[in-house]
Design a protein around this ligand. Structure first.
Ligand SMILES: C[S@@+](CC[C@H](N)C(=O)[O-])C[C@H]1O[C@@H](n2cnc3c(N)ncnc32)[C@H](O)[C@@H]1O
Length: 314
């Protein structure tokens, strides 16, 4: 009997070799060697802990739910793109015993053990997908804004390999600016200064910072219908009056404390040519503002839900 998992394993991972497990170290952080040219962030334990913390932040945002999408029945075949530590895929598989979940990532940072209905695969989502066409009933893609360079092609592949009527959920966030409603983060304060250095580096690497509206437009252009955008304003730091928002802000600040170096240091020193000492000071000053209750900064988390038409029109 034809089996999707056997088929996929044979066609897509047959070329994997020992080299997939190799790492390099830079500035005390561990990077996965095979993904180093494509993906900026490290894959060490600090980064894995940060990814799991961000997962919990999403659960808080979505009232304990793993998705914004509501399902009438378990989607049979599910793909989690750029699954990171695999935490979302494992929890989704646990909640949906009738689903077969595939988590795919460039880096081998998923657990060696797994649930019977969850599999992890190593592959590059920017290459031509080897999955069957019209196959997945739900595709989940979260926080790949630093990963995907060719978004129209990526969304086109998602569309092509999704079953008619299948559901898609994309979650992304603002990457190159923070906001305030009360001017408590002046232009000459550390974070706006850091963003001014980061923006040209992103551009040089082909990373495009996009708004929720732009992501939504691209999802529509890929052919999806019933495309909805949900935008959450998320505080950075524990400054909000509301208790729930204060807790969210505290989690965000913690993810940034452990992530800011990974997101910025190599980039601004190697690509932006900022001298090492200056870069260190900019990062230290930026991190310090995370515990400043006078700075009322926030960013946006975007959730986009969509469906592939039952009858293909493009
Ligand atoms: C910021 S993490 C998000 C992880 C996960 N989606 C989550 O929300 O916890 C981005 C992940 O995408 C993976 N990645 C980057 N480029 C990729 C590519 N071209 N193909 C597959 N995975 C990729 C990275 O290895 C990393 O695990």
């Amino acid at each position: 009997m034809w089996n999707f998992f056997d088929h996929y394993r044979a066609s897509s991972t047959q070329s994997l070799t020992e080299s997939i497990m190799e790492h390099v170290y830079e500035n005390g952080r561990r990077y996965h060697l095979k993904s180093k040219d494509q993906y900026l962030l490290p894959s060490d334990e600090t980064e894995q802990d940060r990814l799991d913390m961000v997962h919990h932040l999403h659960l808080e945002l979505l009232g304990g739910n793993l998705t914004m999408t509501k399902f009438d029945e378990h989607p049979a075949n599910v793909l989690d793109c750029g699954c990171g530590t695999g935490i979302w895929a494992l929890e989704f598989g646990d909640e949906h015993s009738g689903s077969q979940v595939v988590g795919v990532d460039l880096a081998p940072i998923q657990p060696g053990w797994s649930a019977p209905n969850v599999k992890f695969e190593l592959d590059d989502l920017e290459k031509k997908w080897t999955y069957p066409k019209n196959h997945f009933n739900f595709i989940h893609s979260r926080h790949l804004n630093m990963s995907i360079r060719d978004w129209p092609r990526y969304l086109g592949q998602i569309f092509k390999h999704m079953a008619p009527g299948g559901r898609f959920e994309l979650s992304e966030h603002t990457t190159d600016e923070w906001f305030t409603d009360d001017n408590t983060m002046p232009e000459d304060s550390p974070m706006p200064r850091l963003f001014r250095v980061l923006r040209p580096c992103y551009r040089a690497l082909g990373i495009t910072a996009m708004s929720g509206v732009e992501y939504k437009r691209m999802v529509e252009e890929a052919g999806f219908e019933d495309v909805k955008l949900y935008t959450f304003k998320v505080p950075i730091g524990a400054w909000a009056q509301d208790r729930r928002l204060r807790r969210l802000g505290a989690i965000v600040a913690e993810t940034l404390r452990s992530g800011i170096e990974a997101y910025t240091f190599n980039l601004i020193t190697n690509v932006g040519k900022v001298p090492v000492e200056e870069a260190k000071k900019l990062m230290t000053d930026s991190v310090a503002t995370l515990s400043d209750p006078k700075q009322h900064a926030y960013y946006f988390e975007y959730f986009i839900t969509a469906r592939k038409p039952l009858i293909e029109t493009i």
